[in-house]
Design a protein around this ligand. Structure first.
Ligand code: F3S
Length: 282
């Protein structure tokens, strides 16, 4: 009889937008004009990327490298000028930008058009934020938290859009700090519920178990964030990319182990981790 209780978070792994992008890419691998390349790795998950490679889907680092065939735009979206450049090259462009990201892009563009100073809450170098910035105009500000706001803003009319994976708490804090600095504040809450659902389920689980294993690419911002949130509740939180990384010592004395995974982690990788934990069960 197993002594170790393994629980997978209620909501874990692929989100709708990533699943959609992967399905579009698999379809392109079968039917689109070759060579088929994604612009940047489709998702931050090395296992999925090597699977795509075996199906003939390559990765190009920039639009300049696109010469022929098909280019797939990933769920994070791309800057406006990149999209325009690809369209002008006469390539087949498959736009797998998540519709939630596309909606945030539209909101950024419309705020800019209406003359607002656009403030983007997000990670400065993240591709999604770079894409939002291209729609928000030259004068827009990218900040990672309310603390990054300058003392004096260039306009008293401010519009906010948010990287889809940010936390509602960070947005609430920003709105509170911004309100007294502006005459007009328009906040578009473009946070995606998939992120929040994963985070809420992970934190709830972390509080109930003796150790947590978070599965996903180390280059995946949302997976790292899950690990961070879980470790606040349960210091014995471990972020792994593959089941092989699990150290049996992590489970020492643990009766309950929780498993969760970022939005770019396929179900199969979660299952392999669960199987490994079962094997290690003393
Ligand atoms: Fe889209 Fe939300 Fe996933 S924005 S890519 S469904 S995390």
């Amino acid at each position: 009889m197993s002594a170790l209780e393994i629980t997978v978070a209620e909501c874990a792994g692929f989100c709708w937008g990533v699943k959609r992008a992967l399905e579009m890419t698999l379809e392109a691998a079968r039917t689109a004009p070759p060579p088929v390349n994604t612009l940047g790795p489709l998702i931050h998950n090395p296992g999925v990327i090597s699977d795509l490679e075996s199906r003939g889907v390559g990765v190009i680092a920039s639009a300049e490298q696109a010469r022929a065939g098909t280019v797939i735009l990933r769920s994070h979206g791309v800057p406006r000028h990149t999209q325009e450049r690809l369209a002008s090259l006469g390539l087949t462009v498959i736009d797998a930008t998540c519709p939630f990201v596309a909606s945030a892009q539209k909101k950024a563009a419309s705020l800019h058009k209406e003359g607002y100073l656009v403030v983007i809450l997000g990670e400065k170098e993240h591709p999604e934020v770079l894409s939002l910035r291209s729609y928000a105009g030259e004068g827009s500000l990218v900040i990672e938290s309310a603390a990054d706001l300058p003392d004096i803003l260039d306009s008293s009319r401010v519009g906010v859009v948010v990287q889809t994976t940010q936390s509602p708490e960070r947005l609430a804090e920003l709105a509170q700090v911004l309100a007294p600095k502006t005459r007009e504040l328009l906040v578009h809450n473009t946070i995606c519920s998939a992120t929040e659902e994963r985070q809420t389920a992970a934190v709830r689980l972390a509080a109930q178990v003796d150790a947590v294993v978070v599965v996903g690419g180390r280059n995946s911002a949302n997976t790292r964030r899950l690990a961070e949130l879980c470790s606040e509740k349960q210091p014995r939180t471990y972020h792994v990319e593959t089941a092989a990384e699990i150290d049996p010592l992590w489970l020492k004395g643990a009766r309950r182990v929780g498993v969760t995974a970022g939005a770019s982690t396929p179900l199969e990788q979660i299952e392999v981790v669960v199987e490994r934990l079962k094997e290690l069960d003393p």
